[in-house]
Each structure stands twice: as structure tokens, then as C-alpha cells.
Design a protein around this ligand. Structure first.
Ligand SMILES: N[C@@H](CCC(=O)N[C@@H](CS)C(=O)NCC(=O)O)C(=O)O
Length: 307
């Protein structure tokens, strides 16, 4: 049984590891579509409308962009065991957002410093475009050394939090905060084999505990077959509709949604859903039929689209 959750990802992607471990914690079956680690990604962007980041989750004709909303959707469909720790749910979202942005940036600098020499020019050029910053191979080692201190400062908070013997950041069960911190530690420690964190005993024990969850059970799916699945499916209803908002946006309006940090490609479509935490737009393409593309609100810029 492969399940209806389709993850578009590649093996070396830290944010994909966040979702793969989420599948592991919940013991879920899922379908794995391997996407290229750099542009172009035609079978992905036809589904998302332009969003190029990794990973993307698909369920039929519903496309979820960004791990913030991907985790919420997994939780919605498979509530147990929960990733959202009771009264600390909002706090855990905040910790996860810090990890996905500040902690991840420091982790990238340290990991790229160690792996940069093996990275092909085309990959570094792609990442320069993605981040909007020039990447100079000769400066990577120096930048990694420069960011080692800030990385240790960020993760020093986690080491300190874990020192009271708790198993996970919010108690006895792993939450979305553990997942977000873990994918950064995995990138630096397990992928780049950096030794910067070797003396953080509690952090390393916790990271091994997270690793132990595995990835659930994946079955391979071709990217063209995933597009066909979208075409033959119908998007799920959007019961909440479009909430009142300061921009005066209403259902049916053409809008664009763009990440506010990296990979700033605008997805354009018709606004069909807006809540305090999510944006849903409808798009129609000959290859995909009608799809709903979902984004979190935090971290994205939503504006009217003037075609
Ligand atoms: N905020 C996004 C960040 C995703 C992200 O930056 N992913 C990296 C890979 S781990 C990426 O997209 N890199 C460029 C690419 O894969 O094309 C999320 O939570 O999903």
C-alpha cells in the first residue's frame, strides 16, 4: 500500500529530510518522485505554477508548497502521533520557523564550506540565482569558518534545552520543532560530516534519536505519472473560503504568491482560499487540469496580480 501522499524531493535535500522523518515518525506509506536538485524542473513547476523549492507534496490535484504547510497537511490527514504539542503548538511553530530560516542559513554556510569543492559550477550558479547572492568557491571555506561560531550559538540553545534530560524539545514526543532543528543538524553533521557540533553531547544523542525514526515506507513514482495523477483528480473543497484581509482580496481574484527569502518565483492563479495560516490558489494547465496550490502565510508575499 503506497498511500496517497506524494513527495517531490531529492535525497540530499535537508528540507526533504524534514518531511521524510515526519513520515517515519507517523509510520506512513508515501510515493517518492525524485526531482532534479537544480533548475529546470518542468514536471514540478507545471504543478506548482513556478515555485521551485524542494520539497513539494502532492495529494491528487492538491499541491503543497513549503514544509510548514506540508507538515500541517500530513498532521490533518494522519493526526496520530501528533507533531503539534498541545498548548505549546504556537511556540513549536515559532521555533520551527526560526530553525527553517536563521538556523538553516548558518547550517548552509558551514555545510557548503565542506562540500563546495565537489559541487559542479552549474549547481553553484543555480544556487547563486536561487539565493540572489553571488557564490565564490574560493571564499566558501572562510565563510564556513566565519559561520561556525553563529551556528554553535544557535545550536547552543538546543544543547542547553536538552540538558534537563528531556527526550525531545517539547517533552516526550517529537514535534515539528524537532523536525525543523533536526534537518539542519542532519545537513551539517550527517551530510557534510562537519565536526563543529561534536562536543554537543545532548544534541548528538537527540539527533541520533531523530535519525532512528527512519522514513516510513516509500515507493517510487515517475514525475510524469504524478502530473497525470493531478490531471485525473479533482482538488479537495476549500471549506474556509477567503477570510477578510487588509489587502481587500476576495475569492476569484487573480493573485501572485512569492517566497519572501530565496527562490522568489511568483506563482499566479485565482484566489480560492485564505486563512490566518494558509493561501490557496487555483490554476489550470492542459497538462494538469485544475489544481489547487497551497502555501503558508508566514514567509510568503501575497498580492493582486495585474496581468
Ligand atoms: N521554506 C522552504 C525551504 C525549502 C528550501 O529552501 N529547500 C531547498 C533544498 S533543501 C531548495 O529548494 N533548494 C533549491 C532547489 O532544490 O532547487 C520549506 O520549508 O520547504
Amino acid at each position: 500500500m503506497s498511500g496517497d501522499l506524494i513527495l517531490h524531493h531529492y535525497g540530499t535535500s535537508p528540507f526533504s529530510e524534514k518531511v521524510r522523518v515526519a513520515f517515519g515518525i507517523k509510520g506512513l506509506p508515501w510515493q517518492s518522485v525524485k526531482i532534479p536538485p537544480m533548475m529546470p524542473k518542468p514536471d514540478l513547476t507545471v504543478l506548482t505554477g513556478a515555485y521551485r523549492k524542494t520539497p513539494v507534496m502532492q495529494v491528487g490535484a492538491d499541491i503543497y508548497c513549503d514544509t510548514q504547510i506540508i507538515l500541517r497537511e500530513i498532521e490533518h490527514r494522519h493526526p496520530s502521533p501528533t507533531f503539534y504539542p498541545g498548548s505549546a503548538k504556537g511556540l513549536a511553530e515559532g521555533v520551527a520557523f526560526w530553525a527553517d530560516h536563521q538556523l538553516f542559513s548558518a547550517s548552509v554556510a558551514v555545510a557548503f564550506g565542506l562540500m563546495g569543492e565537489q559541487m559542479p559550477d552549474a549547481f553553484l550558479e543555480d544556487r547563486a540565482k536561487f539565493s540572489g547572492r553571488s557564490i565564490d568557491r574560493s571564499k566558501m571555506k572562510m565563510q564556513a569558518a566565519m559561520m561556525s561560531g553563529p551556528l554553535r550559538a544557535h545550536l547552543g540553545w538546543i544543547e542547553e534545552a536538552l540538558h534537563d534530560g528531556r527526550k525531545f524539545l517539547f517533552g516526550d514526543a517529537p514535534s515539528l520543532a524537532d523536525l525543523a532543528v533536526y534537518h539542519c543538524v542532519w545537513f551539517v553533521r550527517d551530510r557534510a560530516k562537519a565536526t563543529d557540533l561534536a562536543d554537543y553531547t545532548a544534541l548528538n544523542v537527540w539527533a541520533d534519536r531523530m535519525k532512528g525514526f527512519g522514513h516510513g515506507s516509500a515507493s517510487e513514482l515517475d514525475s510524469k505519472a504524478a502530473v497525470e495523477i493531478a490531471k485525473t483528480a479533482t482538488p479537495a473543497p476549500v471549506p474556509a473560503g477567503v477570510a477578510a484581509n487588509a489587502m481587500g482580496l476576495s475569492a476569484g481574484m487573480p493573485v501572485s504568491v512569492t517566497p519572501d527569502d530565496t527562490g522568489r518565483d511568483a506563482t499566479v492563479g485565482e484566489l480560492v482560499g485564505l486563512t490566518a495560516q494558509s493561501i490557496t490558489i487555483a490554476r489550470e494547465m492542459p497538462e494538469t487540469g485544475r489544481v489547487h496550490v497551497h502555501f503558508p502565510r508566514a514567509g510568503f508575499i501575497l498580492v493582486p496580480h495585474k496581468g
